[in-house]
Write a protein that binds this ligand. Structure first.
Ligand SMILES: *Cc1c(COP(=O)(O)O)cnc(C)c1O
Length: 480
């Protein structure tokens, strides 16, 4: 029998014993996450204060470490896998995804090159193509898996910056040169990752033009056209437009077909951000929200948001992988391989060298749910949202704040006779009361100067009873 002393790791017998216990623990957890409050007591420093400030000198037994996880760390966690989690964009680490993560860690594959994990690379190409088919997109898309939509959008804009080979930013950088100011356009409701990409790429967030939206929070194509024309007249260089399918605050959908027309006429890179709502393309009656996406240069959708895949998994598609490769490929001598001209080496398509074997979890989740299962769950979440919105609409002094095409509802309580500032503060207090319950965790957003509450349904275990509890807490909070 091997012991840790033999090779420094825990030996197989103990691993087996602890792993069996852990599987039991996880199974119980996934079965009833409601045993824990969805939001822990929000006391800064509480977890840190429970833990040893310095690392252990002597090796500690796994059993003790796992026991401490339960008593010292778990009480300080927010439970994203809890069915009462209705904040931000609720998500699910489904059981097939959890098992995949176990295997991913055990194999520890780093798919930087095809040869450092041939099956990992090929599975990444296959699963992203499966997802493309599920969403009803045409062929001709190159897919890769990144950690986050923030990364995927950064890649899209880095490629857009590289389209004009004369700029040669890749080689010469931006500083100390006579270059035009580059401009990126997105709606006023687009995600802050667009600004962060502009910051990171040296374009500057002031050069992200926030185009006005219409009454339903969709980018106005006429305003986009005007902004581009005005910038060109000032000698600036428009490079890309980011359209959003499912904006983060209110899940509005920009008019992608019209924006695609403008991008074609203006020769601009079109990136579509469908981080949350992109997977709605798997549901026939929601598929129209992806109309026009096939004409984009790039598209991002996050299976870790609404496709039951554990954090992290963001799928980035581009029709122009050669431009992405031009932006990022740099092959050091020690990374050259004989097969590099006939295989995909994913390190050529981004700034990261090493990459996790995320394709395995996407493959397991897609197979374990199937196209029909995925569509059924997403459809059900949308039905729950419609039901919840119905309760809000039916009650006096409560109002729906924006259309809800998917599974997220924005709303607020508007008691008569209060100023806007007072109504805003009143709704913020309601939110605090709901979140103190431990049963439900919700978040808010600002629509202009209006504070609105937000219910986002995306956890597989969320059902009518959880929404009924949320509604009870909301009405109770409003009555105080
Ligand atoms: C959540 C979200 C993002 C950011 O996603 P990350 O994967 O956390 O970077 C970007 N865009 C939209 C529309 C989102 O909803």
């Amino acid at each position: 029998m091997t012991t840790p002393a033999d090779f420094g790791d825990v030996g197989a017998p103990e691993f087996r014993e602890r792993a069996h216990e852990l599987v039991e623990w996880i199974a119980r957890y996934l079965d009833a996450p409601e045993r824990y409050p969805v939001l822990p007591p929000l006391v800064p420093g509480a977890t840190r204060n429970r833990l040893s400030p310095s690392p252990p000198k002597e090796a500690e037994p796994l059993a003790r470490i796992l026991a401490d996880f339960e008593t010292q760390i778990l009480p300080g966690l927010t439970h994203w896998n809890h069915p009462g989690f209705l904040a931000y964009f609720a998500n699910t680490a489904s059981a097939p995804g959890v098992l995949a993560e176990f295997l991913i860690a055990a194999l520890n594959v780093n798919g930087m090159l095809w040869r450092t994990g041939p099956a990992a690379t090929e599975l990444e190409q296959l699963t992203t193509d499966w997802l493309r088919q599920l969403l009803g997109l045409s062929d001709g898309w190159f897919g890769m898996i990144n950690d986050l939509a923030s990364t995927s959008t950064l890649y899209a804009l880095a490629a857009a910056r590289e389209v004009d080979a004369e700029l040669d930013v890749r080689r010469k950088g931006l500083a100390g040169r006579d270059l035009p100011v580059m401009r990126i356009y997105c709606s006023e409701h687009a995600h802050s990752s667009v600004d962060k990409a502009a910051m990171t790429l040296g374009i500057g967030f002031e050069n992200v033009v926030r185009v006005k939206a219409d009454a339903e929070f969709r980018m106005r194509p006429d305003a986009l056209r005007e902004a581009i024309t005005a910038d060109r007249a000032r000698g600036m260089k428009p490079i890309a437009v980011v359209a959003t399918v499912g904006t983060t605050s209110i899940t509005s959908v920009d008019p992608v077909p019209t924006i695609a027309d403008i991008c074609a006429a203006e020769k601009l890179w079109l990136h579509v951000d469908g981080a949350y709502a992109g997977v709605a393309g798997a549901v026939p009656e929601l598929r129209h929200h992806l109309d026009g996406v096939d004409r984009a240069d790039s598209f991002v959708v996050n299976p870790h948001k609404w496709l039951f895949t554990p954090m992290d998994c963001s799928v980035f598609f581009t029709r122009r992988p050669e431009v992405l490769k031009r932006a990022f490929s740099l092959v050091a001598a020690y990374l050259e391989t004989a097969e590099q001209d006939v295989v995909v080496n994913y390190m050529d398509y981004g700034f990261q060298l090493g990459r996790r074997f995320r394709a395995l979890k996407l493959w397991m989740v897609l197979r374990a749910f199937g196209a029909d299962g995925i569509a059924a769950r997403i459809r059900h979440h949308c039905e729950l949202a419609t039901m919840f919105a119905g309760w809000v609409r039916a009650e006096s002094e409560w109002e729906i704040a924006a259309p809800h095409p998917f599974s997220t509802v924005c709303f607020r309580h508007v008691p008569a006779g209060l100023s806007l500032a007072e109504v805003n503060a009143h709704n913020a207090r309601i939110l605090d009361r709901v979140n103190e319950s431990g049963d439900i965790f919700m978040s808010h957003t600002m629509l202009g100067t209006t504070y609105v509450l937000r219910v986002a349904i995306g956890n597989l275990r969320t059902g009518e009873s959880h929404l009924a509890r949320a509604w009870e807490l909301l009405r109770g909070g409003a009555a105080v």
